[in-house]
Design a protein around this ligand. Structure first.
Ligand code: C2E
Ligand code: MG
Ligand code: MG
Ligand code: MG
Length: 299
């Protein structure tokens, strides 16, 4: 745990003998403590969804927003999903937490006003345990209904790792989700190191190229070649392509030239609380679509 020393110091005070205990014992204690507070966090309303836009590379117009989970830990402050989702998964909290995400994200998305009146899609990440859950389709149906959001506006992001887990059960769930009318996107594409044959078998709508490929796309011609090939492959399968983790104008311009459809990254807007996201949305809506497309959107 990255902030272990800080956690220890804040909760027990320096000088406490526990501070000097063996690292492993300390790690276990902290996981137990973190797990205990994680169990109470939903009731205590400590979770918040941040939103990050996905824009068209052509005109930098918002087309979707991804919901990204944050935890306001009472002692540790704002935590990202990598700091608590694996533990939540282990102690069986990923499913109730996932239900909460669906409800909260659909409610928020129902209040968004997109530029040009075009509907803005909502992208939600699915955890491994949610995909195994029988009630998933019902949970999604209910969340959409309660918020008055059409299924076509929801896109579920499933990591390439989970897609590679090509079981009959996975295929059934994906078929049921498609039947509902929601879109499905392959998240973190390019990190699976594995067979591409699942792309032909599973009917998905979109591919998100992982940040690790975007990161070096300008500096390294091999990375550019891989991205170019991934875009060509996605297009030949009639999939839209999003590049994750765009952090500067050079990456934006190169990905646009390569023919990638959409992009997401700090350069457009970092993940932001709903109010800040909506303020950004109002800002781009008031700005005419740039012809030259040279500057970042206001943020
Ligand atoms: P992801 O789905 O691949 O989400 C994109 C991650 O990249 C986010 O990290 C986002 O903050 C980060 N990011 C976006 N643009 C940039 C950029 O320009 N540069 C850099 N360095 N990073 C960028 P975050 O929010 O920490 O989320 C991490 C992962 O946690 C997500 O990866 C997703 O797999 C998972 N996750 C987040 N929210 C949820 C949720 O509600 N449910 C589930 N099951 N998983 C979630
Ligand atoms: Mg995602
Ligand atoms: Mg991703
Ligand atoms: Mg990623």
């Amino acid at each position: 745990y990255a902030d272990s020393a800080m956690y220890q110091a804040k909760t027990e005070g320096r000088g406490n003998f526990q501070f000097y205990r063996h690292d492993m014992t300390r790690g276990i204690e902290q996981r137990l403590r973190l797990g205990a507070s994680l169990r109470q966090a939903l009731d205590r309303d400590e979770f918040e969804l941040y939103y990050q836009p996905i824009v068209t590379l052509e005109a930098m117009r918002p087309r979707a927003a991804e919901a990204l989970l944050r935890w306001h830990h009472p002692q540790l402050g704002l935590l990202g999903p990598d700091q608590f989702l694996p533990l939540a998964e282990e102690i069986g909290l990923a499913t109730p937490l996932g239900h909460w995400v669906f409800g909260a994200a659909c409610r928020a998305a129902a209040g968004w006003r997109a530029p040009d009146g075009a509907p803005l899609q909502l992208a939600i990440n699915i955890s491994p345990s949610q995909l195994r859950e029988r009630a998933l389709v019902d949970v999604i149906t209910q969340a959409l209904h309660a918020a008055g959001l059409p299924p076509q506006q929801l896109c579920l992001e499933i990591t390439e790792h989970l897609m590679l887990d090509d079981t009959a059960r996975n295929r059934d769930v994906l078929a049921a989700l498609k039947g509902l009318g929601v879109k499905v996107s392959i998240d973190d594409f390019g990190t699976g190191y594995s067979s591409l044959s699942y792309l032909g078998r599973l009917r998905v709508d979109e591919m998100k190229i992982d940040r690790s490929l975007t990161e070096h796309v300008c500096a390294d011609s091999e990375h550019a070649a891989i991205v170019r090939a991934a875009v060509a492959m996605a297009h030949s399968l009639q999939l839209g392509v999003v590049s994750e983790g765009v952090e500067n104008a050079q990456q934006h311009a190169l990905l646009r030239a390569i023919g990638c459809d959409y992009a997401q990254g700090y350069w457009y807007l970092p993940p932001s609380p709903d109010a800040a996201f909506q303020a950004w949305l109002a800002g781009v809506s008031a700005t005419p679509a740039p012809a030259g497309d040279n500057g970042p959107a206001p943020s």
